[in-house]
Design a protein around this ligand. Sequence first.
Ligand SMILES: Nc1ncnc2c1ncn2[C@@H]1O[C@H](COP(=O)(O)OP(=O)(O)OP(=O)(O)O)[C@@H](O)[C@H]1O
Ligand SMILES: [Mg+2]
Length: 359
Amino acid sequence: MKVLTVDDDQTVRIRLRRYLQEWGHEAVEANSGEKAWELCKQGRYPMAIVDWMMPGVDGVELIKRIRAETGQGYVYLIMLTMRSEMKDLVEGMDAGADDFITKPFDKDELYARFRSGERILGLENRLEANINELRRSNEDLQQFAYAASHDLKEPLRSISGFAQILSDKFRQNLGKEAIECIDYINSGALRMGAVIDDLLKYSRVSAAKQKVAHVESQACLDNALKNLAAAIEENGATVTHPTLPSISIDETHLTQLFQNLIGNSIKYRNDEPPEIHISAELDSGERIRFNVRDNGIGIPEQFQKDVFQIFRRLHTQEEYEGTGIGLSICKKIVELYGGQIWVESLSGKGCNFLFTLPA
Ligand SMILES: Nc1ncnc2c1ncn2[C@@H]1O[C@H](COP(=O)(O)OP(=O)(O)OP(=O)(O)O)[C@@H](O)[C@H]1O
Ligand SMILES: [Mg+2]
């Protein structure tokens, strides 16, 4: 491993070089913070041993610069210092140092700290490899879902097309039973088409994340309500809300969230007309928590986690139509932005769907 050693004192650099060579590593030396920073910009050093007190760019400043540069992998930083007062240690740690050695340092102590750094770098490497692997397999899966659902549409089109021809052209030659069968084929194909469309929507969610911008969540809600206008009118639903804040998100995502949740609130209604209230408040940290509350049939406690799984429905097609993808899309969107979604509900007393997004 290449270890950057930074000290204006040549004797220290020589000692460090000797020890590192003895342990099978290579020291790349810099006699000032400026020189070290130049080297960092040119090459990659997984570990650096840095003197605190140097004229010009000192150890703390150098460490701050290295930490601010996030492009390359993790650099394990050990500080060499004469100081040992608590206040100084805190300042160095705060700047991003991983460990300290007080001068004059002892070879065995340096070795122990060096080894501990090596272990942490090993873990870091494994973590990075796992993340890359996960990212790759996620992309594969994404592509698979997209291609599969896309390719299913073609044969489905011919099934429903020919069923249509059968029922249009040859209806008079067919018996009652045959016509009934064709109707089943047609409604099956229609349903399958809806499932495929929803699956495509689901698999497209992360592909669209690039268009993140500052958007008025109010405008997204307005769009969702426009898309739901017919259902709102048909069910005599009332939707109330205060003015909603602006957040950073892809606006089609927030519109989709509102539309799926409010669409559900209307669909899973009680005998009374649906009353839906939307609100938003600042959550702890830099997050906004949205609430979509309704007065519908509610969700029994034991199913409140399940409903976010893909294809999970609590009712039959005859009771309520749907593919069971709406809430899983909501979950996927919210998690894409590092947020959470959950539901609070008392059976028969309506639902309160909550989700958090970056402010
Ligand atoms: N507001 C609600 N009130 C009561 N039950 C709900 C509500 N929202 C969702 N559910 C329950 O959660 C299940 C999953 O909802 P989801 O929106 O994922 O699917 P869906 O509405 O069945 O189909 P679609 O994919 O067309 O949205 C629903 O089948 C329903 O049982
Ligand atoms: Mg739904």
